[in-house]
Design a protein. Structure first.
Length: 379
């Protein structure tokens, strides 16, 4: 026979008091122990209501974010172009680009997108499908930047130049967006494709096959960048350009790179004016100091920081300044150099040909300041 469970008023009061005590101690109206103990009572109802509110908040956030992304796309889509060049023998190369100056018809893209054009020209197609002829007016093979100028009347397009932001303000984890024209096999193009990701890291160096010089200060991102995206803009949440998409590591997932906008702002005006850019050069080979070299070759503490010189070019700026093989550069113009990336980024973004540069050097434990004059990178 089942027994009735009788709860007296005193028992009810005790249970209520215990419940209030638990709620006060936890500073929360939700307690899984109270839910389990008392079944479908108030706390469960409150929990259900709060959970529904959270879902509504999440949905609202997603709708807002989606709308903002759509607004960015609508604002910039007609300023992102598809570029195709004739390389002869029925072979074409294509990629993306964006409007830099709508009055003069300047388009920014990657050098590797237009390299090899047999006519020195390219076809530029806007989002409405209209195509115009542009001539290649300047290229930089080292940082993979090119500038085109539309020579046809494109006034019907009314494109808005994209704003280049300050890429030094970027932070790891910041949301970024890529818009471009990826394709498959060189014959199927998916125009105006938008992808989104984050800044994975900053200041990356990528080895180059051109003259042994590396691309510096690259933005690493997991934003999808496929073949055909090259030359398109990498945008921040305001729809401003923080980089030019340029590299995708083959056989990898989410390992993509973009040229920072601050470097673009230094190089593009020179490409427009003279067709080329004179990169600053100091004449050396070296790398970030590691614990093995520090302890075994230089006799320094294993956690010493700086750029160790493997060789110094005879007659180059560092040679003239008195630097030697195995010297350790620890600071540039008073700014500490922890890695080769720090050193090359500062040189590339803050120094021009003819500038003086002060290098703090550790040579066999003796610290000294030596001054060099920046020269033009040899071709």
């Amino acid at each position: 026979m089942k027994k009735d469970i009788i709860i007296t008023n005193r028992s009810k009061f005790a249970i209520l008091l215990l419940t209030l005590s638990i709620m006060m101690l936890s500073n929360s109206i939700l307690s899984f122990s109270s839910i389990h103990a008392f079944g479908q009572t108030g706390p469960v109802l409150n929990h259900t209501i709060l959970q529904r509110d959270n879902n509504n908040t999440s949905s609202s956030f997603l709708r807002t974010e989606s709308q903002e992304l759509n607004n960015i796309f609508k604002n910039v889509a007609n300023s992102v172009v598809y570029i195709q060049v004739d390389q002869g023998h029925n072979y074409f190369r294509s990629g993306s680009g964006f409007v830099y100056d709508s009055n003069q018809g300047y388009i920014i893209t990657n050098n590797h997108v237009v390299n090899g054009s047999i006519s020195g020209k390219a076809d530029v197609t806007f989002s409405d499908g209209n195509t115009y002829t542009a001539r290649i007016i300047g290229t930089d093979i080292y940082d993979d930047i090119a500038v085109l100028q539309i020579v046809d009347d494109f006034s019907a397009e009314h494109p808005v130049p994209l704003v280049l932001a300050n890429s030094s303000k970027l932070e790891v984890g910041q949301m970024v967006i890529a818009i471009g024209n990826p394709g498959i096999g060189g014959f199927l193009t998916f125009s105006n494709t938008m992808t989104m990701g984050i800044v994975s890291q900053l200041g990356r160096i990528f080895p180059s096959s051109i003259g042994g010089f590396a691309e510096t200060d690259l933005i690493q991102t997991d934003t999808t960048i496929n073949r055909g995206n090259s030359g398109g803009p990498l945008l921040d949440a305001d729809g401003h350009v923080v980089g030019i998409t340029t590299l995708h590591a083959i056989n990898s997932t989410g390992l993509n790179f973009a040229i920072p906008s601050n470097l673009v702002l230094r190089i593009v005006p020179a490409l427009i004016q003279s067709g080329h850019y004179d990169h600053p050069w100091l004449g050396f080979s070296g790398d970030t100091l590691n614990p093995i070299i520090a302890e075994n070759l230089l006799g320094l503490p294993r956690n010493s920081k700086g750029v160790v010189l493997f060789s110094v070019d005879a007659g180059g700026p560092l040679d003239k300044a008195g630097l030697k093989r195995a010297d350790l550069i620890t600071a540039t113009d008073g700014i500490p150099d922890r890695t080769i990336g720090d050193f090359l980024t500062y040189l590339e973004e803050h120094k021009s040909v003819g500038d003086n540069i002060k290098l703090t050097v550790n040579r066999n434990g003796q610290v000294m300041d030596l001054n060099a004059t920046v020269q033009t990178r040899p071709s």
